[in-house]
Design a protein around this ligand. Structure first.
Ligand SMILES: [Zn+2]
Length: 89
């Protein structure tokens, strides 16, 4: 069973500049840590937490790895589904 825990943070998506005030983690029961992946709820972009827990765009190598990660693809697909329903109710 997947557990979901939210943590209050202040983040800006490096792809669409969406301002987020929460970050959730699955199965960890903890807040975000450096090098964790964040999926933007607005655009579905996969970003990386920095040492200061801000978000940055992944490097080319990281982007390739993220594209192969089933969990990342699952959440990106979920965001795209929700956004497409908002655009075409
Ligand atoms: Zn975004």
């Amino acid at each position: 069973m997947t557990t979901w825990k939210e943590h209050l943070v202040y983040l800006i998506c490096p792809f669409c500049s969406y301002k987020m005030d929460r970050a959730g983690a699955t199965n960890t029961g903890r807040g975000p840590k450096p090098s964790d992946v964040s999926i933007c709820i607005k655009c579905g972009g996969a970003a990386i937490f920095t040492r200061k827990l801000r978000l940055r765009a992944p490097t080319t190598k990281e982007r390739r790895e993220l594209m192969l990660d089933d969990k990342v693809r699952h959440y990106q697909k979920a965001v795209r589904t929700v956004q497409s329903k908002k655009d075409h109710p």
